[in-house]
Design a protein around this ligand. Structure first.
Ligand code: SF4
Length: 381
């Protein structure tokens, strides 16, 4: 057995890979081999006859941000004419629409606003929770929480406990990019460094909270730094067990990084497969059709993903960088069904929340996704 086959066999049987073995997999260009092994691991972890999806809405409550990330075209400075903070009425409306479309959660992320105090966020969460008690508030990426901690001069634990008491339900894994300071210092200014991002998750998990973790790759990082990123997530998961899922995606070139060559499906599928093999303690991996499109998103179910991610009714950050993919709820379900599984709706904790089996006889839409009528669920990513 050659080295790669030996490493893959180890992962398939459930033996943890070392960082050197993870790096050796990144030297392997045999996509099929990596995919087959990742799929064997997924099948071992998820033998069930279904694959899951979620319905939520990404609400970017403000685009004002104290940080500067070279890949981000979304942020504005307070004085910019198109800077905004959404009003409560706008938020209510978006959440009402989400509920009407069968959603159980909103993902609220913003820029890191330089002057909104912690009380503003507490009041916001309390207000939304009082109005929409059944909606999970999946909100504030670790860099935002780190920012709240800095500008309010309060310990992280105090910040997170106060937000939890006010109604924060779970923590999205945004802003992870690559958890290596060399990369973060080069790409971002004024944003949490690697250990700070991890500390936010650690404290949140210690308080009993759950959340997701991410990796955005395909920019200035080396493959060794991807492995370092995955190792840090795996180590924290050993410590806390708080991550429900991992999502990786390729950087969308734009803004100051417009000249960067875009990484395509090969690199995405390869990296996701290696992540599945390496992250032996994170139970779920979400397909990134948001950045890769529906077809690759579907194929990703055979390269380590067991979940189609969210039907995101609105997304602005990736869209600002110029990437727009549309999938309707029906298309998400059909992607899963065509691949051989039953589509099931889940919440952020990966509990099934639908009524079970869905008939296989839904009519095919007559046009491509861009022609879907407005009454169906538009997804802007
Ligand atoms: S990615 Fe987030 S933190 Fe970075 S500039 Fe954009 S909004 Fe701010």
């Amino acid at each position: 057995m050659n080295t790669i086959d030996h490493i893959l066999a180890k992962a398939v049987e459930g033996t943890r890979l070392t960082p050197d073995e993870g790096l050796a997999l990144f030297a392997c260009r045999d996509l099929h081999k990596l995919g087959r092994a990742a799929h064997a691991v997924t099948t071992r972890l998820h033998p069930e006859p279904y694959r899951t999806f979620n319905i939520d809405r990404n609400i970017n409550y403000t685009n004002v941000c104290a940080a500067v990330c070279d890949f981000c075209a979304f942020y504005r400075k307070s004085a910019d004419s198109d800077a905004y903070v959404l009003s409560r009425e706008e938020l209510y409306k978006k959440i009402e629409e989400t509920i009407a479309l069968g959603g159980d959660q909103v993902l609220m992320q913003g820029g890191m606003h330089p002057s909104l105090k912690l009380e503003w966020y507490e009041e916001l969460l309390r207000d939304l929770k009082a109005r929409f008690p059944t909606v999970n508030l999946h909100a504030f990426s670790p860099p935002e929480i780190w920012h709240f901690h800095k500008i309010n001069k309060l310990p992280l634990e105090t910040v997170l406990k106060r937000l939890k008491d006010a109604g924060l339900g779970s923590l999205p894994g945004g802003g992870g990019e690559i958890l290596v300071d060399r990369v973060r210092k080069e790409l971002t200014k004024g944003k949490a460094l690697a250990s700070e991002w991890l500390d936010v998750c650690r404290v949140w998990h210690t308080l009993g909270g759950k959340g997701t973790c991410t990796m955005m790759f395909g920019h200035i990082e080396t493959e060794a730094e991807r492995v370092e990123h995955l190792t840090r997530l795996r180590d924290l998961q050993d410590e806390t067990g708080g991550f429900t899922a991992f999502i990786c995606w390729t950087m969308q070139p734009g803004h100051k990084m417009a000249d960067f060559p875009e990484m395509g499906a090969f690199e995405y599928l390869r990296t996701q497969a290696i992540s599945r093999l390496y992250l032996d303690n994170i139970p779920n991996i979400q397909s990134s059709w948001v950045t890769q499109g529906g077809k690759i998103g579907q194929v990703a179910l055979f390269f380590g993903a067991n979940d189609m991610g969210s039907l995101m009714i609105e997304e602005n950050v990736v869209a600002s960088a110029g990437t727009v993919h549309y999938l309707t709820l029906e298309e998400i379900k059909r992607s899963i069904r065509e691949a051989g599984w039953e589509p099931r709706q889940r919440n952020v904790f990966y509990q099934l929340i639908d009524e079970g089996s869905v008939p296989h006889s839904e009519p095919r839409p007559t046009g491509g996704s861009a022609q879907v009528p407005h009454t169906s669920l538009p997804v802007l990513n």
